[in-house]
Design a protein around this ligand. Sequence first.
Ligand code: NAD
Length: 471
Amino acid sequence: MISQMKIEQSDIQLIIDKVMERLDNINVDTNSSDRIGVFDDPIEAIKAAKKAQKKLFRFTLQQKKDITDSIRKELLEHVEEFAVEAVKETGMGRIEDKIEKNKAALSQTPGVEDLRAGVFTGDAGLTLLEMSPFGVIGAITPSTNPTETVINNSIGMICAGNSVVFSPHPGAYKITNRTVELINKAIQKAGGPANLVVTIDNPSMEKADVVLSHPDINMLVATGGPGVVKSVLSSGKKAIGAGAGNPPVVVDHTADIEKAVDDIIMGASFDNNLPCTSEKEALVLDDVFEYFMFCMKDHQKTYVVEDKKIIEDIRKLVILENGNPNKNFTGKYASYILDKVGIQVDDSVRLIVMETDFDHDFVQEELMMPILPIVRVANRKEALEKAILVEHGNRHTAICHSKDIDFLSAMAKEIQTTIFVKNAPSFAGIGIGGEGYTTFTIAGPTGEGLTSASSFTRKRRCTLVEGFNIK
Ligand code: NAD
């Protein structure tokens, strides 16, 4: 005999939810395409990311760690592909350096351990300060570090409990979106929800605007130039802005000049000067200027231009009439640029070097090309004043080569940059050859600094009165 069962409305809803969840997973499991997480319509992308974040919210820290460990492991097999395809698509950068950048993003981006709770205990009891997710984050990514930024942002944002909708740079969207697909596969392999990390296909400013203004996007993170930082800061939402830099490197008379020259060449030519942290101009004290230039000239990795006419020819080539850098030369090889002014060198030459005035375009503009202008300064006071001026208030990165702790400390304090590197190439400041973790979103304007999982959280307080104070 079949007994009659009474089904409540709430039970029906529960059954529907369960069935929908199953269907979701079936869709995921049978999706043999590589295009998981890639949406043409930004609204569909946001909807999917919102659903995924609701699932992630119930995940334990260990599960989030498992998901991001899977990303780190699975994507490591693709770093060469990321580097080759990014150079092919953008026409910028050096493959071997991009491999290093991707490896650093995968292995040195902080995980769940970054979410440290705070606590107050006393006569009134115990209060916890916890870091909770924002929800769905809209993240705008650059063309200069496309895959590195997606890897780095994804790991930090997921560990913090968020999902993310990427708005990729139109000039780098194919490799950016391929990275997102691989991240989704790795997430699912570790039992994570589908579409935790999504991206927009065929990106445009209109589609980026949808992400910036959509009510289901709870936080914005912009990694790029001044335009994009301004647009997220005027969105009315909580925003992290990681903007442009123009890092000066100062060399004083106490520095180990040969080492300084080596370090500056490696930093300024890293990925053909694309990183926002790379040395963009050098200010060298008069006392050691001649020897510094001698070492530069003597170095196999540089081409020092002394002829003023050739310096002007290069200027006309890489600076547009309106004074802006010509993007056709951004991230190109030194050999490519020199060839255009009739000088042939091979790709072992990493950097073009010349002496210029402080007012020269090469000094004042953020070129992002393997061209390093060297400015002669009379003393440390002038070096520091000019370094502060040329940093243009970006609060980004500065470098100094000196053996004098007092001068290093004075410059570090006065210049107010987010990163200050002493006696090393600039990339030591993002954990490549220096202590500390790696990030590709360095938030000077909004002050989060070198972003990590905790940057993508809301701070919340949880109070228990008259309990658990065991003093
Ligand atoms: P970009 O500013 O040209 O583009 C960045 C992204 O913003 C792209 O996706 C672009 O389509 C989008 N965008 C531009 N203007 C926008 C607007 N008004 N609204 C919405 N989206 C907009 O960046 P790029 O040329 O690829 O990168 C180079 C710049 O980024 C340099 O200035 C570099 O210093 C800076 N950068 C900074 C960091 C950092 O961590 N601080 C990291 C990488 C690059």
